[in-house]
Design a protein around this ligand. Structure first.
Ligand code: ZN
Length: 251
Protein backbone atom coordinates (compact mmCIF):
# COMPACT_ATOMS: atom_id res chain seq x y z
CA UNK A 1 0.00 0.00 0.00
CA UNK A 2 2.71 2.44 1.07
CA UNK A 3 4.89 1.40 -1.85
CA UNK A 4 2.04 1.98 -4.29
CA UNK A 5 1.47 5.52 -3.03
CA UNK A 6 5.15 6.29 -3.36
CA UNK A 7 5.16 5.18 -7.03
CA UNK A 8 2.30 7.59 -7.65
CA UNK A 9 4.27 10.48 -6.14
CA UNK A 10 7.32 9.69 -8.27
CA UNK A 11 5.12 9.65 -11.34
CA UNK A 12 3.60 12.99 -10.54
CA UNK A 13 7.04 14.47 -9.99
CA UNK A 14 8.29 13.06 -13.30
CA UNK A 15 5.30 14.50 -15.12
CA UNK A 16 5.96 17.88 -13.52
CA UNK A 17 9.62 17.71 -14.66
CA UNK A 18 8.53 16.80 -18.16
CA UNK A 19 6.18 19.76 -18.18
CA UNK A 20 9.02 22.05 -17.04
CA UNK A 21 11.30 20.79 -19.82
CA UNK A 22 8.57 21.11 -22.44
CA UNK A 23 7.76 24.66 -21.29
CA UNK A 24 11.44 25.61 -21.51
CA UNK A 25 12.11 24.01 -24.89
CA UNK A 26 8.85 24.95 -26.61
CA UNK A 27 9.24 28.09 -28.76
CA UNK A 28 7.68 31.01 -26.95
CA UNK A 29 6.73 32.73 -30.21
CA UNK A 30 6.66 36.45 -30.84
CA UNK A 31 10.39 36.89 -31.54
CA UNK A 32 9.85 37.11 -35.26
CA UNK A 33 6.21 37.81 -36.11
CA UNK A 34 4.83 35.43 -38.73
CA UNK A 35 2.88 37.28 -41.40
CA UNK A 36 -0.28 35.74 -42.80
CA UNK A 37 -2.90 37.17 -45.13
CA UNK A 38 -6.59 37.84 -44.71
CA UNK A 39 -9.22 39.07 -47.13
CA UNK A 40 -11.73 41.88 -46.65
CA UNK A 41 -14.66 39.50 -46.37
CA UNK A 42 -13.34 36.05 -45.35
CA UNK A 43 -12.99 34.61 -41.86
CA UNK A 44 -9.88 32.60 -42.55
CA UNK A 45 -6.22 33.54 -42.83
CA UNK A 46 -3.86 32.30 -45.54
CA UNK A 47 -0.35 31.85 -46.85
CA UNK A 48 0.86 34.55 -49.22
CA UNK A 49 0.33 32.50 -52.38
CA UNK A 50 -3.04 30.93 -51.54
CA UNK A 51 -5.47 30.84 -54.45
CA UNK A 52 -8.21 32.25 -52.17
CA UNK A 53 -6.45 35.63 -52.08
CA UNK A 54 -7.29 36.67 -55.62
CA UNK A 55 -9.67 39.50 -54.64
CA UNK A 56 -7.98 41.09 -51.64
CA UNK A 57 -4.88 40.46 -49.58
CA UNK A 58 -4.23 42.12 -46.24
CA UNK A 59 -1.03 41.20 -44.38
CA UNK A 60 -1.39 40.77 -40.60
CA UNK A 61 0.68 39.01 -37.96
CA UNK A 62 -0.34 35.46 -37.13
CA UNK A 63 -0.98 36.51 -33.53
CA UNK A 64 -3.38 39.28 -34.59
CA UNK A 65 -5.19 36.99 -37.01
CA UNK A 66 -5.79 34.35 -34.34
CA UNK A 67 -6.76 36.93 -31.71
CA UNK A 68 -9.27 38.47 -34.10
CA UNK A 69 -10.90 35.07 -34.51
CA UNK A 70 -9.55 34.14 -37.92
CA UNK A 71 -9.24 30.41 -38.53
CA UNK A 72 -6.47 28.81 -40.64
CA UNK A 73 -7.45 28.23 -44.28
CA UNK A 74 -8.22 24.59 -45.10
CA UNK A 75 -6.69 24.83 -48.56
CA UNK A 76 -3.25 26.37 -48.02
CA UNK A 77 -2.69 25.14 -44.42
CA UNK A 78 -1.01 28.31 -43.09
CA UNK A 79 1.13 28.30 -39.92
CA UNK A 80 -0.68 28.06 -36.58
CA UNK A 81 0.36 29.37 -33.17
CA UNK A 82 2.87 27.11 -31.43
CA UNK A 83 0.49 26.26 -28.60
CA UNK A 84 -2.03 24.91 -31.10
CA UNK A 85 0.31 22.88 -33.27
CA UNK A 86 0.67 19.73 -31.09
CA UNK A 87 -3.00 18.89 -31.66
CA UNK A 88 -2.55 18.75 -35.41
CA UNK A 89 -1.92 15.37 -36.95
CA UNK A 90 1.34 15.29 -38.84
CA UNK A 91 0.43 14.19 -42.32
CA UNK A 92 3.57 14.00 -44.45
CA UNK A 93 4.04 17.19 -46.43
CA UNK A 94 7.01 17.39 -48.79
CA UNK A 95 6.86 21.19 -48.52
CA UNK A 96 7.77 20.81 -44.82
CA UNK A 97 10.01 17.72 -44.94
CA UNK A 98 11.87 18.75 -48.11
CA UNK A 99 13.01 15.37 -49.47
CA UNK A 100 15.62 15.72 -52.21
CA UNK A 101 13.62 13.80 -54.79
CA UNK A 102 10.08 12.54 -55.17
CA UNK A 103 11.15 9.00 -54.39
CA UNK A 104 13.15 10.14 -51.35
CA UNK A 105 10.08 10.52 -49.12
CA UNK A 106 9.81 8.81 -45.74
CA UNK A 107 7.61 5.98 -46.91
CA UNK A 108 6.55 4.83 -43.43
CA UNK A 109 4.98 8.23 -42.71
CA UNK A 110 2.70 8.32 -45.78
CA UNK A 111 -1.05 7.86 -45.53
CA UNK A 112 -2.21 4.43 -46.73
CA UNK A 113 -5.25 4.35 -48.98
CA UNK A 114 -7.07 1.88 -51.22
CA UNK A 115 -7.79 2.88 -54.82
CA UNK A 116 -11.51 2.17 -55.34
CA UNK A 117 -12.09 3.94 -58.65
CA UNK A 118 -10.14 5.71 -61.33
CA UNK A 119 -11.44 8.73 -63.16
CA UNK A 120 -8.67 9.38 -65.68
CA UNK A 121 -4.89 9.32 -65.91
CA UNK A 122 -4.33 11.88 -63.18
CA UNK A 123 -7.40 11.58 -60.93
CA UNK A 124 -8.46 8.63 -58.74
CA UNK A 125 -10.89 7.84 -55.91
CA UNK A 126 -9.50 6.37 -52.72
CA UNK A 127 -10.74 4.98 -49.43
CA UNK A 128 -8.74 5.75 -46.29
CA UNK A 129 -9.46 3.69 -43.18
CA UNK A 130 -8.85 5.70 -39.99
CA UNK A 131 -8.09 8.95 -41.84
CA UNK A 132 -6.05 11.60 -39.99
CA UNK A 133 -8.04 14.67 -39.01
CA UNK A 134 -7.52 16.65 -42.23
CA UNK A 135 -8.71 13.78 -44.43
CA UNK A 136 -11.96 11.96 -45.08
CA UNK A 137 -12.67 8.26 -45.54
CA UNK A 138 -13.53 8.75 -49.21
CA UNK A 139 -11.47 11.18 -51.24
CA UNK A 140 -11.03 12.17 -54.85
CA UNK A 141 -7.31 12.58 -55.42
CA UNK A 142 -5.78 14.78 -58.10
CA UNK A 143 -2.16 13.85 -58.69
CA UNK A 144 0.16 16.81 -58.12
CA UNK A 145 2.38 18.18 -60.88
CA UNK A 146 1.20 16.02 -63.75
CA UNK A 147 -1.40 16.43 -66.45
CA UNK A 148 -2.55 13.62 -68.70
CA UNK A 149 -4.41 14.21 -71.97
CA UNK A 150 -8.15 14.36 -71.41
CA UNK A 151 -10.00 11.23 -72.35
CA UNK A 152 -12.80 13.16 -73.99
CA UNK A 153 -12.13 16.67 -75.22
CA UNK A 154 -15.19 18.81 -76.11
CA UNK A 155 -13.75 19.84 -79.49
CA UNK A 156 -11.14 17.29 -80.44
CA UNK A 157 -13.03 14.22 -79.24
CA UNK A 158 -10.77 11.52 -77.89
CA UNK A 159 -7.44 13.24 -77.38
CA UNK A 160 -4.38 11.41 -78.50
CA UNK A 161 -3.12 9.29 -75.66
CA UNK A 162 -5.90 10.14 -73.22
CA UNK A 163 -7.10 6.54 -73.22
CA UNK A 164 -3.58 5.13 -72.87
CA UNK A 165 -2.82 7.40 -69.92
CA UNK A 166 -6.09 6.46 -68.27
CA UNK A 167 -5.44 2.73 -68.79
CA UNK A 168 -1.92 3.08 -67.45
CA UNK A 169 -3.17 4.56 -64.18
CA UNK A 170 -5.97 2.00 -63.96
CA UNK A 171 -3.63 -0.94 -64.48
CA UNK A 172 -1.12 0.25 -61.90
CA UNK A 173 -3.45 1.57 -59.20
CA UNK A 174 -7.02 0.28 -59.31
CA UNK A 175 -7.87 -2.06 -56.43
CA UNK A 176 -4.44 -1.65 -54.89
CA UNK A 177 -3.04 0.03 -51.80
CA UNK A 178 -1.28 3.33 -52.40
CA UNK A 179 0.55 5.72 -50.10
CA UNK A 180 -0.11 9.45 -50.14
CA UNK A 181 2.25 12.37 -49.56
CA UNK A 182 1.12 15.99 -49.65
CA UNK A 183 2.56 19.35 -50.60
CA UNK A 184 1.84 22.82 -49.18
CA UNK A 185 -1.65 22.96 -50.70
CA UNK A 186 -3.81 20.11 -49.45
CA UNK A 187 -6.86 20.63 -51.70
CA UNK A 188 -7.75 22.33 -54.94
CA UNK A 189 -10.73 24.63 -55.30
CA UNK A 190 -12.99 21.67 -56.10
CA UNK A 191 -12.10 20.12 -52.76
CA UNK A 192 -10.08 17.35 -54.35
CA UNK A 193 -7.11 16.11 -52.37
CA UNK A 194 -3.79 17.04 -54.00
CA UNK A 195 -1.27 14.26 -53.49
CA UNK A 196 1.77 12.36 -54.64
CA UNK A 197 0.61 8.77 -55.01
CA UNK A 198 3.09 5.98 -54.30
CA UNK A 199 2.72 2.33 -55.23
CA UNK A 200 3.94 -0.50 -53.00
CA UNK A 201 7.22 -0.68 -54.89
CA UNK A 202 7.81 2.89 -53.56
CA UNK A 203 7.55 4.45 -56.99
CA UNK A 204 5.84 7.80 -57.31
CA UNK A 205 3.02 7.31 -59.82
CA UNK A 206 2.90 11.06 -60.63
CA UNK A 207 6.54 10.81 -61.77
CA UNK A 208 6.00 7.47 -63.48
CA UNK A 209 3.33 8.98 -65.75
CA UNK A 210 5.78 11.66 -66.89
CA UNK A 211 8.76 9.28 -67.20
CA UNK A 212 6.83 6.92 -69.45
CA UNK A 213 5.35 9.72 -71.53
CA UNK A 214 1.71 9.30 -70.49
CA UNK A 215 1.45 12.93 -69.44
CA UNK A 216 3.42 16.12 -69.01
CA UNK A 217 4.71 18.07 -66.01
CA UNK A 218 1.94 20.43 -64.91
CA UNK A 219 3.79 23.56 -63.85
CA UNK A 220 0.99 26.12 -63.65
CA UNK A 221 0.98 25.88 -59.85
CA UNK A 222 4.13 25.62 -57.83
CA UNK A 223 4.99 22.29 -56.20
CA UNK A 224 8.03 20.92 -54.43
CA UNK A 225 9.28 18.57 -57.19
CA UNK A 226 8.66 20.92 -60.11
CA UNK A 227 12.25 20.98 -61.39
CA UNK A 228 12.58 17.21 -61.10
CA UNK A 229 9.30 16.65 -63.00
CA UNK A 230 10.38 19.12 -65.71
CA UNK A 231 13.61 17.19 -66.22
CA UNK A 232 11.67 13.93 -66.46
CA UNK A 233 9.46 15.41 -69.14
CA UNK A 234 12.46 16.60 -71.17
CA UNK A 235 13.96 13.14 -70.92
CA UNK A 236 10.70 11.49 -72.05
CA UNK A 237 10.48 13.92 -75.00
CA UNK A 238 14.06 13.19 -76.04
CA UNK A 239 13.41 9.46 -75.89
CA UNK A 240 10.08 9.96 -77.74
CA UNK A 241 8.24 7.94 -75.13
CA UNK A 242 4.47 7.59 -75.15
CA UNK A 243 2.67 10.69 -76.32
CA UNK A 244 5.96 12.35 -77.40
CA UNK A 245 6.36 9.66 -80.02
CA UNK A 246 3.00 10.22 -81.72
CA UNK A 247 2.93 12.41 -84.79
CA UNK A 248 -0.15 14.42 -83.81
CA UNK A 249 1.28 15.58 -80.48
CA UNK A 250 0.32 19.10 -79.55
CA UNK A 251 2.23 21.17 -77.03
ZN1 ZN B 1 -5.60 29.78 -48.04
Amino acid sequence: MYKHRQTGTVWRRNLFLLWLIAAAVWPAGGEDPVIVYITNSGRRYHREDCSSLRRSRVPVTLGDAVQSGYEPCLICDPPVLASRSPSRSGIYRVSREKPLSCEGVEFSRLVRAEVIDHIDGDTIRVQISNPPEELRTLETVRLIGVDTPETVHPRRGLETFGREASDFTKSRLLGRPVYLAFDWELRDRYGRLLAYVYTQDRRCHNAEIIRQGFGHAYTRYNFHFMEEFRRMEQEARRAKRGLWGTASTKE
